[in-house]
Design a protein around this ligand. Structure first.
Ligand SMILES: O=C(O)C(=O)C[C@@H](O)[C@H](O)C(=O)O
Ligand SMILES: [Mg+2]
Ligand SMILES: [Mg+2]
Length: 389
């Protein structure tokens, strides 16, 4: 089988917060007629340059056409040369590599007539627990609307949440107090996520202040790539520490410096399922736990993560992929399913990734390019359309 064409389609899908995320749908066509789909998820993150879609499609054509999609190792090597790893969380080259790599696994599993998970180590689980994100408070009066989100999502079966913190710790504290006084043991706070906004000492002070409320772990409590700072925090904090993995070198440094207890692995940030599996193996070798992170993908990217997570032996913490619940709509015929707060894999009898493109929805949300429009840094950081100063 040989790749005959790469097709890219950009879509802009709003969240319930009003924030519009731009994603790119990947189609890899082959001379056997099988077509693989993937998702370059959420280009709506800093830095504020954008990728030229037409040029990217031509570049990927030049790299991929004529290649056997089963040659994932060789293709990933080529993709790494063209879209190099970077010591940066939201490196757009990683999103590009992830969309292509996912489509390779999809087209190969379709060609073989098996579920995508069969090419990723099989299934240890048909579902896994996820948590719903509560985005960062900047003002005290945002607590009410976030408590409403907890109440609504709890009614839908999500009993676990993660809280972005650090901009207004008074509001963070008020929120946690309200959660435990109103919902008691019915709700679990999985993590406080500092998103690399504070240095490790400020994050430690905030964590100690909030530790009178229960949470399972702390995420990103130091500046970018501050491996020593993460280690200092970790040795002085009673809670497990997680950090996103955005490059093999960064993960190597975190292993060497014993920076974390948990690696937060999302294919989008490490550049694909192939790279994510390597990161998961490295975590296992280092004796660390894994949770699956997210950039808040649509159903294509989320389904790929469900398949990826089904085989991981040390998926010891609640994971994060909830994108299809955050967006007002999706671009597939049937969204990936959540049941009682669990992300549920497509049936193993369904070949490939297990979701199908809905071209009526794609046309509805199609955008001509990945241009930024008028968004503020606050909106980009906290994923909202709110324009308060
Ligand atoms: O755990 C995180 O950090 C995130 O989920 C980052 C978010 O910004 C995510 O990428 C999103 O778009 O909501
Ligand atoms: Mg995080
Ligand atoms: Mg994102």
């Amino acid at each position: 089988m040989k790749i005959s064409k790469v097709k890219l389609t950009a879509v802009g899908v709003p969240r319930h917060t009003g924030f519009v995320n731009k994603h790119v749908i990947v189609q890899i066509e082959t001379d056997e007629g099988a077509v693989g789909i993937g998702e370059m998820s959420d280009f709506s993150h800093l830095p504020r340059y954008s990728v030229d879609m037409k040029d990217l499609e031509a570049t990927l054509d030049s790299i991929l056409i004529g290649k056997n999609p089963f040659d994932t190792a060789d293709i990933n090597r080529e993709l790494d040369l063209n879209f190099p790893q970077a010591l940066y969380y939201y490196e757009k080259g990683s999103f590009i590599r992830n969309g292509v790599d996912t489509a390779l696994y999809d087209v190969c599993s379709k060609f073989l007539g098996v579920s995508m998970s069969d090419l990723l180590g099989g299934r240890q689980r048909e579902k896994f627990k996820v948590c719903y994100p509560i985005f960062r408070h900047r003002f005290l009066d945002e607590v009410d609307e976030n408590i409403d989100i907890v109440r609504t999502r709890l009614e839908q079966g999500f009993d676990t949440f993660r809280l972005y913190v650090g901009k207004n710790v008074d509001a963070d504290e008020t929120f946690l107090d309200r959660v435990y006084s109103e919902f008691g043991g019915k709700v679990t706070i999985k993590s406080l996520d500092f998103s690399h906004l504070l240095d490790w000492k400020d994050a430690l002070r905030a964590t100690k202040r909030l530790s009178k409320y229960h949470f399972d772990l702390v995420e990103s409590p130091a500046f970018w790539n501050d491996f020593e700072g993460l280690n200092h925090f970790r040795l002085q904090c009673e809670f497990p520490v997680s950090e996103h993995v955005w490059s093999p070198r960064q993960q190597y440094e975190m292993i060497k410096k014993d920076s974390v207890d948990i690696f937060n692995i999302a294919p989008v940030f490490i550049g694909g399922l192939t790279a994510a599996r390597k990161a998961a193996y490295a975590a296992e070798v280092a004796g660390k736990s894994v949770l699956i992170g997210t950039t808040q993908e649509l159903s294509i990217g989320t389904s790929a993560m469900a398949h990826f997570g089904s085989a991981l032996p040390h998926l010891n913490y609640t994971s994060d992929p909830t994108g299809p619940e955050l967006y007002i709509d999706d671009i597939v015929t049937h969204k990936i399913k959540y049941e009682n707060g669990y992300l549920t894999l497509p049936d193993r009898n369904i070949v490939g990734i297990g979701v199908d493109l809905d071209w009526n929805k794609i046309e509805k949300y199609r955008v001509p390019d990945l241009s930024w429009g008028d968004v503020s840094v606050h909106q980009l950081q906290d994923r909202t359309s709110q324009t308060r100063g």
